[in-house]
Design a binder for this molecule. Sequence first.
Ligand SMILES: NC(=O)c1ccc[n+]([C@@H]2O[C@H](COP(=O)([O-])OP(=O)(O)OC[C@H]3O[C@@H](n4cnc5c(N)ncnc54)[C@H](O)[C@@H]3O)[C@@H](O)[C@H]2O)c1
Length: 356
Amino acid sequence: MNQYRIAVIPGDGIGPEVMTENVRILQTVAAIDRSFSFEFQTFSWGCQYYLQTGKMMPEDGMEQLRSFDAILLGAVGYPGVPDHISLRELLLKIRHDFDEYINLRPVRLLKGAPCPLKAENTQNIDMIFVRENSEGEYSGQGAWLYKNSPQEVVIQHGVFSRKGTERVIRYAYELARKERKTLTSISKANALNYSMVFWDQIFEELGKEYPDVKTSKLLVDAAAMFMVKDPKRFQIVVTSNLFGDILTDLGAAIAGGMGLAAGANINPEHKYPSMFEPIHGSAPDIAGRGIANPLAAIWSASQLLDFLGYEEWGARIVDAIEKMLAEKHALTPDLGGSASTSECGKALAGILKQLS
Ligand SMILES: NC(=O)c1ccc[n+]([C@@H]2O[C@H](COP(=O)([O-])OP(=O)(O)OC[C@H]3O[C@@H](n4cnc5c(N)ncnc54)[C@H](O)[C@@H]3O)[C@@H](O)[C@H]2O)c1
């Protein structure tokens, strides 16, 4: 039997609420399958920990996580701790220090999920975003000069290395080849005359090695427009850290909302643990009420199963989510239902048992 050690960081706000259901689903799957099992260890790091210790995680936090097979994260950030601290010292630190340079975000409209687009545009919303996750606009480089003076200047660098740019674009080409799908690169070379010209150049260079992959290129502003007007044109999409961050929230909006949007932070070489999370935040406005939608977190558990090589289970979880949406069964208030977080998670576990 394969045994996997999973580090669990529930985090803040609704993070712990959705994490309970995420763990429930993974335990359910393991109990049905019996060829693998999970050992979970919880780390109570986040804003509460920060208020007590002045740090989002202990000094040796990364070392503690290093030996795990994967990490599950709920959400981080809470009023009382500045967002740039909570995000940068926990979530972004793990992504960066564990070289999780691929952020995989499915944007797939399941049957029954709410969609704000006109009916003719809701067919075939089924894309996978491959977002650069380790450098680019989020590299944290820059300067704050003449602070608090009339001459104040801030400089925020975007850092695009050849290694970093090539590896994410190559990953996207490989994925498109494997899945026999088209690949769209999204950039902004007309305005960002260094970074995005470079990005486009590398996309073209690598394309020569993948003549079988049908490609297209879009400016980020046009891409945002087409995601609303003609989303079926997108299959595999590769883009930078910032553009991917923004466009996948738009993707979440057209594919059922934040309660259904998941993301995987992957270190493809398996040198470090990869991390799986819903893309929503800690939702302080509904935290503690037991009404958070756990399906995004659970979708990220399906990505974990894909990553560990149990793609059949990954697909079964997404099918079970689709069944609940189509039958309007045990949905939380954000999806028009009246179920609690735990009723929703338990119902999904029940469907998985029935399907098996
Ligand atoms: N990955 C992360 O950990 C992450 C991502 C985004 C924001 N944040 C942090 O979260 C905090 C709140 O940020 P925000 O309000 O901009 O974004 P948010 O995603 O927490 O909430 C936005 C809106 O969506 C709703 N929502 C989000 N997830 C939901 C769910 N699972 N079920 C039902 N409704 C849900 C919320 O109630 C809220 O109205 C901030 O501190 C921010 O920095 C963290």
